[in-house]
Design a protein around this ligand. Sequence first.
Ligand SMILES: NC(=O)c1ccc[n+]([C@@H]2O[C@H](COP(=O)([O-])OP(=O)(O)OC[C@H]3O[C@@H](n4cnc5c(N)ncnc54)[C@H](OP(=O)(O)O)[C@@H]3O)[C@@H](O)[C@H]2O)c1
Length: 278
Amino acid sequence: MTILITGATGTVSGAVLRSLAGTEDVRVLVRDAAKAPSGVEVAVGDLDDPATLDQAFKGVDRLWLLTAMGPQAPHAGMNAVWAARRAGVSHVVRMSAIGAAHDAPTRNGRLHALSDVELAASGLGWTVIRPAFFMQNLFGSVNGDTLYGATGEGRLGMIDVRDIGDFAAAVLSDPAPHKGKTYTLTGPSSISLRDAAAELEQVYGMPIAYQPVTPDDAYRSMLAAGLPEWIAAVNREYLTAYAQGWGDYTTSTFTDVMGHPGRSFTDFARDHAAHLRP
Ligand SMILES: NC(=O)c1ccc[n+]([C@@H]2O[C@H](COP(=O)([O-])OP(=O)(O)OC[C@H]3O[C@@H](n4cnc5c(N)ncnc54)[C@H](OP(=O)(O)O)[C@@H]3O)[C@@H](O)[C@H]2O)c1
């Protein structure tokens, strides 16, 4: 039984790999073998290039399908689903995003909706996971004694990526009960960045203030930092929606499936002092 992990050098799939470690036979799909994580079978392939996928998918039973954010994501996802069909993959667990829908307020959400629908119509076994805003998105947001953010006073049911990893690993290890299900995953509480700054202050025992910036300012900063325009613009779409309360909810899905609550923002802050502590 082989599980193929796409996006293996990235944030979420790295967490999935750590959660699966030692439990299943895992193969990773990478574009550059030199960047592959160690201790797993490596296949080189590019989701943008279907000719590179047949060999990489050979003998795969289950697929973790993550596509990088970008306008090409449905093309990459389509190529993966096609390769999975050809290889006889029995189950695909797809990383989608919170609020994915044809009328979502972000292009990323509308693109994910296309790929979710395509997978559901593929004839393969499938599960779709739609996580909320990642707590790990806040890495790099604390500068000096200030947490900068562009979600205003909007609250978000943000989730620790380690919980996405644990959840995905559980589904990949035993897909049968999760066949045909779409799971919206949030953390245990919905908090604003002002609440987050207060939590950081409490955990690190030093003053940390929240400084809101506008989504437009954040867009300009992302461009200045070298992000592609499409990514910066879509992030601005998310920030605008979140500031209006679009992400202000939690679901019980993680607890219902895993039997325990997800990690709190306090857990996240305590475990990531190296990245967050001023
Ligand atoms: N950030 C959030 O709050 C949030 C919330 C919900 C959902 N999401 C979703 O999460 C996903 C992104 O996850 P992430 O943050 O873990 O991504 P990430 O860290 O940016 O990693 C992207 C991965 O995709 C790989 N990749 C890119 N293009 C590829 C290609 N053509 N062929 C094969 N592999 C390719 C990259 O490999 P290389 O090393 O080769 O570049 C990398 O391993 C997106 O679908 C996004 O919509 C994000």
